[in-house]
Design a protein around this ligand. Structure first.
Ligand code: 5RP
Length: 221
């Protein structure tokens, strides 16, 4: 399904574009598919070290630029963990949310690739809300989140490794489980807590094109 979504997303790619590469397993498929359009004049901005590596592996490494070196993002293609029909999205399970938000919010066109089971009635449906925080303050920030919004928080720790997960930006992630569904105001309200650097709530791209794939091999918007 991820491969199918990636192939569909290629139709938004045109020569001369600056393209934001999302992160995660679906975004990886898109980067691999993009290699077929290597003949086009493309500039790429990766949202994680992982996506950067994939781009190198498929022969697109010479197209990569840092965000500061481009004037615009024409198209961003990314995955998501949960998306409502009203296009309120939850991202960041892979820990790349901060750079993803910079790129995805800057993009002229934002294409989101998800499998059907990720379409939900409200967020968070299954996943916690990831919050990237200043490491030095993580515990204080976690307590502030609980105090202001309720629910519970946990510092994200690495699978099979000791200690916290460190993001590409050198920060920690606090996973917040609210008591119930959240609305889009929470994106801005969380960021009012000093020490919160970014959240996995993506509420400001209601104009996104969300491509949804199912097991039958159908993709629809
Ligand atoms: C990474 C992300 C990903 O886009 C999101 O977790 C979806 O990943 P996948 O395509 O592997 O399901 O936000 O931080």
């Amino acid at each position: 399904m991820k491969h199918l979504l990636a192939t569909h997303a290629l139709r938004y790619v045109k020569g001369g574009m600056v393209i934001g590469l999302g992160s995660g397993t679906t975004a990886r498929e898109f980067i691999k598919a993009l290699a077929a359009l290597r003949h086009l004049d493309l500039t790429l901005v990766a949202t994680s070290a992982d996506s950067e590596v994939v781009a190198y592996e498929v022969g697109l490494g010479d197209r990569l630029r840092p965000m500061w070196a481009v004037d615009k993002i024409d198209l961003a293609v990314d995955g998501a963990d949960e998306v409502t029909r009203g296009k309120l999205m939850l991202k960041g399970r892979g820990g790349a949310l901060l750079r993803e938000k910079v790129v995805d919010y800057a993009a002229e066109k934002f294409v989101v690739l998800v499998e059907r089971h990720k379409v939900v009635d409200f967020i968070p449906a299954r996943n916690p809300v990831p919050v990237e925080v200043l490491p030095w303050a993580w515990r204080h920030v976690a307590r502030q989140i609980e105090k202001k919004f309720g629910g519970s928080t946990a510092l994200r720790t690495g699978e099979g490794k000791l200690g916290p997960v460190v993001t590409d930006n050198g920060n920690y992630i606090v996973d917040w489980r609210p008591e119930g569904p959240i609305d889009e105001r929470v994106e801005d309200e969380l960021k009012q807590i000093p020490g919160v650097l970014e959240t996995g709530i993506f509420s400001k791209r209601k104009d996104a094109v969300v491509l949804v794939a199912d097991e039958k091999g159908t993709v629809e918007e």
